[in-house]
Ligand binder design. Sequence first.
Ligand code: GSH
Length: 212
Amino acid sequence: MTNHKSLTVLGRSNSSNVQKVMWLLDEIEQPCVRVDVGGQFGGNKDADYLARNPNGVVPTLIHGEVVVWESNTILRYLANHFRASGLYPTDSVERSWVDRWLDWQLSSLAPANRDLFMRIIRTPVDQRRPEAIEEARARNAERFGLLDRFLERSEYLSGASFSISDIAVGPLAYRWFALPVERPNYRNVQRWYDLLCKRDAFRKHVLEIGLS
Ligand SMILES: N[C@@H](CCC(=O)N[C@@H](CS)C(=O)NCC(=O)O)C(=O)O
């Protein structure tokens, strides 16, 4: 589908929530402009930013006159708008298989994953607390263990094909694999993650950005 309204993503490239949006835009071949906001760039607490996104977090999507925030909502919006039904099915049952993992990512995996990331990458070495890191590691191991059991019988998170639920969870799986922590041998998560690593857009927007 051709796009006559411009797409702008406000958010720094090393934010996992921005990465989801950039990854999907690449998958559906929609060009966009990304503007560095948040983190070291700031701007996300400025009045004009807050007028668009009252949470003061990134990402925010601007599509012509339309403003969308909450990264998983942005994924659904883009998939709907550009009719990417392969990535977000229109059938109500199949759609629920995608939605449940989007909700799981936001409510269950993200808090544990963010905690582990912040306690290592965003904490100076001399201030790191091993017991807090271990507690966050164990919570992540428990979440990925659940995923591992599910992926025993499913190629991707929402069934036989890749969807926006894989995009939502992928950047956090990258952090789990890249952070210097002990991991149980989750064969099914590893198999699924290897599939993600074959995708150019995942490599470009997640792997090549790295941990920062
Ligand atoms: N649930 C929100 C979370 C957004 C969020 O927490 N964004 C982080 C970056 S991943 C943020 O804006 N942090 C403040 C900053 O970058 O300055 C979403 O999925 O969009």
